[in-house]
Structure formats: structure tokens, C-alpha cells
Design a protein around this ligand. Structure first.
Ligand SMILES: Cc1cc2nc3c(=O)[nH]c(=O)nc-3n(C[C@H](O)[C@H](O)[C@H](O)COP(=O)(O)OP(=O)(O)OC[C@H]3O[C@@H](n4cnc5c(N)ncnc54)[C@H](O)[C@@H]3O)c2cc1C
Length: 377
């Protein structure tokens, strides 16, 4: 496909990503997904290639790339291995609190974070509620030089593999204003990762609960001000949702390309099935969904790059792109007929993976709430 990119450097970066996806990811994805193993070493390789800190400032170890370019890198990775693209997206999100609100001391770790030596996790959801995050119950109380933290965080991507955890917890009264963000090292006493969840798809990047049992986090590991945690979490999610939308576009593009190739080759009634209007129109609708999703994604990203408000546009992009990925991967299975339903073809995996994108980083019902609120106040 023809991409309008702002610089020759951006072209080089996308070429590098394609090359890395072919060399490092394509041959490994099926094996890791089948075993449900987290590919920590692959992420290190991606970090060494400079792809883990793309949108962050060069002064702290990032690559200083526009968000628009970072998202297209994610799109390419997702088309080969969603688990890796999602891991890059969650890690990028996990670096945001320190990069944007961290103290001088906390920011010293940024080069290692953005280079991928230290992997991050973002701990907002809890077992009793993901959507209503402002009512979270994990509590931190001051105790000598530390915060003493108790509670359970649920669905934590990189849980058990991460080196640092952003723990959103209650340090004050009820509601959003009572929440703070604490930065915990993986070896924090009382921070206890549980067994990883058994997922429908995305098995290489399965999340785990994190139990905090009298976890001791030094007092100066608070990120930003006391009571600022929820605002930090939401700001991180605004940008993170664009990452999930980019993953969705990559998945949908991969499914479309695969279905088109198949429809050109597979013959029934003496001709390629793509020549039947019933199949050709399905492919046309899939292609239109992918292009529309990418256009919405890039338009939101360009607002962010220009320093303009982009939160509602990010919600629209996440909503549309992930619904499009679900539709397109479903239709790709249909185009392949019975072969679409067996694991010999990747459309079966993409179909299972698309579903999770409608749920993570705010379900699509929550995205509609955000968009509706922007319309009605
Ligand atoms: C693979 C995976 C990885 C994840 N990674 C992370 C992570 O790294 N960090 C993290 O913090 N969380 C993570 N999550 C959690 C994820 O963000 C939540 O699952 C999601 O926000 C939904 O929360 P919930 O599962 O508690 O569902 P609920 O909030 O219980 O929602 C259940 C249903 O009710 C609907 N609903 C809820 N409220 C409303 C409303 N007001 N109006 C209309 N409908 C509503 C929802 O849309 C959904 O359909 C992950 C989840 C998965 C599956």
C-alpha cells in the first residue's frame, strides 16, 4: 500500500520494521502462541533496534518520532505478531507516567526503559472492575519511609515478566481524586504476580493478576503528585488507545491481504472465487473498513503530534478500528471457507485475536461513552 510519510527517515523506519518482522517475528509467532510463552528475548531485540521508545524524546533515550510514525510501526508489527505489537504498545504506555510526570530521579531510568532493558506494566484494572476504574480499591498508606500497599490488580499485561509496575492505588478518599500512581520494582517485597490467564487468543502475551500483600514501595516512588494518579492513568490511556487502534489496523490489513490472495487463487465453478460478486463485494467492504480505520487513526495521531486535544478522536479511532478488525477478520475466515477455520491458515488466529482489541484499554462501550460525553457534555 502507498503511505504518505512526512520524511525519508520515516520510510527507512518502516522498511526496517518490515525487515525485522520478517526476520525475527514471522518464524516464531506460531510456536510462541501455541506454547503461550512470553517472548521476552524478542522484545529485547526490538528494544535494541530502537523500536521501543519511538515517540519519546531523544534526550531520555527515545527516538523522537511523531506518534503518527510510531503507530504505523505498530501496525506493521501487529500484521505479523499481535502479541509483540501489543507488548510494544503496553510498554510504551507504561513508560508514559515517568516520562511525563516523573521526578528527576525517576526519569534517570528512562534510557533503560525505552531501550527495552527494563520492561513495564500498567496496573489499573482490578478483579471487581475494569471499566469503573475511578472506584478502584487497592490502598496505599504511609508507613515510615514507605507506602504499604494492599489489594489486587487484574489482567496485567507483562505481569510476572515486567521489571517495573505502575500501580494505580488509593491514597486518599473515594473517587478519582483519591488515586495516586506508584512506581514499583519487580522485586518489591509483597508484590506477587499470579499465574497467567488462559486466553482465547494473544496467548504469548497473556496477563496475570498482581497481588499486593503489604507491598513496601519507597515513599519517593510516587509519580506526580498525591491524588494525580487517575489523571495520569487517563492521559496515558488516551495515547495508548491509539496504539490499540494501530494494532487493529495491522491485524485487519493482514487478514484482508491474505483473503485477497486466497480469493485470486482458489477456484470454484471453474473460476477464481474473487470473481464472484458475493466474494468480491465482501473484499471491497473489508478494504474500505481497513482504509477508513487507518485514516481515522492517522487523523487522531496528527492532532496529537500537533499538540492539539485528541482524546475524543482517539476514542473514535479505537472504537472504529477494533470493530473493523473484528468484522474484517470474521469475513476473512468466510472467504477461506472451511480452510479459514483451521489453524493451518493464520486467519483463524487473527479472528481470535481481534476480539480482545474491542475489550482492552477501555471496552468499545466505554469509548462510546467518551465520545457521547464530548457531544452532550
Ligand atoms: C488480554 C488483556 C490484557 C489486559 N491488559 C491490561 C493491563 O495491562 N492493565 C490493566 O490495567 N488492564 C488490562 N486489561 C483489563 C481491561 O482493560 C479490562 O478487561 C477492561 O477495561 C474491561 O474491564 P472488565 O473486564 O472489568 O469488564 P467490566 O468493566 O466488568 O465490563 C463488563 C461489560 O460491561 C460493559 N460496561 C461496563 N460499564 C459500562 C457502561 N457504563 N456503559 C455500558 N457498558 C458498560 C463493558 O463494556 C463490558 O462489555 C486487560 C484485559 C485483557 C483481556
Amino acid at each position: 500500500m502507498d503511505r504518505l510519510l512526512p520524511t525519508p527517515e520515516a520510510h527507512d523506519l518502516l522498511d526496517l520494521t518490515r525487515e525485522l518482522a520478517t526476520r525475527e517475528l514471522a518464524g516464531k509467532v506460531d510456536d510462541y502462541e501455541a506454547r503461550g510463552e512470553f517472548p521476552r528475548e524478542v522484545l529485547r531485540t526490538i528494544g535494541r533496534s530502537g523500536l521501543l521508545g519511538l515517540p519519546y524524546d531523544e534526550s531520555v533515550g527515545g527516538a523522537g518520532q511523531p506518534y503518527e510514525i510510531y503507530l504505523q510501526v505498530l501496525e506493521i508489527l501487529a500484521g505479523t505478531w499481535l502479541g509483540i505489537a501489543e507488548a510494544v504498545s503496553v510498554h510504551t504506555l507504561s513508560c508514559f507516567p515517568v516520562a511525563a510526570f516523573g521526578s528527576e530521579r525517576q526519569r534517570k531510568a528512562l534510557p533503560e526503559m525505552l531501550g527495552g532493558e527494563l520492561l513495564g506494566a500498567y496496573c489499573l484494572s482490578e478483579p471487581q472492575g475494569g471499566s469503573d476504574a475511578a472506584n478502584l480499591t487497592t490502598r496505599a498508606v504511609p508507613d515510615g519511609e514507605d507506602w504499604l500497599v494492599n489489594g489486587t490488580k487484574a489482567w496485567i499485561t507483562h505481569g510476572g515478566s515486567a521489571d517495573f509496575y505502575n500501580i494505580f492505588c488509593r491514597t486518599g478518599g473515594p473517587g478519582a481524586k483519591g488515586i495516586s500512581c506508584l512506581l514499583a520494582d519487580a522485586n518489591t517485597p509483597g508484590l506477587l504476580p499470579q499465574a497467567r490467564e488462559r486466553l482465547m487468543g494473544l496467548r504469548s502475551s497473556a496477563p496475570a493478576q498482581i497481588v499486593l500483600d503489604n507491598a513496601r514501595i519507597p515513599h519517593d516512588r510516587i509519580v506526580g503528585e498525591e491524588g494525580q494518579g487517575f489523571a495520569i492513568a487517563m492521559k496515558a490511556l488516551d495515547a495508548g488507545r491509539l496504539g490499540i487502534a494501530a494494532c487493529a489496523v495491522g491485524l485487519a490489513q493482514a487478514a484482508l491481504s491474505y483473503a485477497v490472495s486466497y480469493a485470486r487463487e482458489r477456484e470454484q465453478f471453474g473460476q477464481p472465487i474473487g470473481r464472484f460478486q458475493g466474494v468480491g463485494f465482501m473484499l471491497a467492504d473489508m478494504a474500505t473498513q481497513v482504509s477508513a480505520a487507518r485514516a481515522l487513526l492517522l487523523s487522531a495521531a496528527r492532532l496529537k503530534d500537533a499538540g492539539r486535544p485528541f482524546s475524543t478522536e482517539a476514542a473514535k479511532a479505537k472504537l472504529f478500528a477494533t470493530d473493523a478488525a473484528m468484522r474484517v477478520t470474521t469475513d476473512a475466515v468466510q472467504v477461506l471457507g472451511g480452510y479459514g477455520y483451521v489453524a493451518d491458515h493464520p486467519v483463524e488466529r487473527w479472528f481470535r485475536e481481534a476480539k480482545v482489541l474491542q475489550i482492552v484499554e477501555g471496552t468499545n462501550q466505554i469509548q462510546r461513552m467518551v465520545i457521547a460525553r464530548s457531544l452532550t457534555g
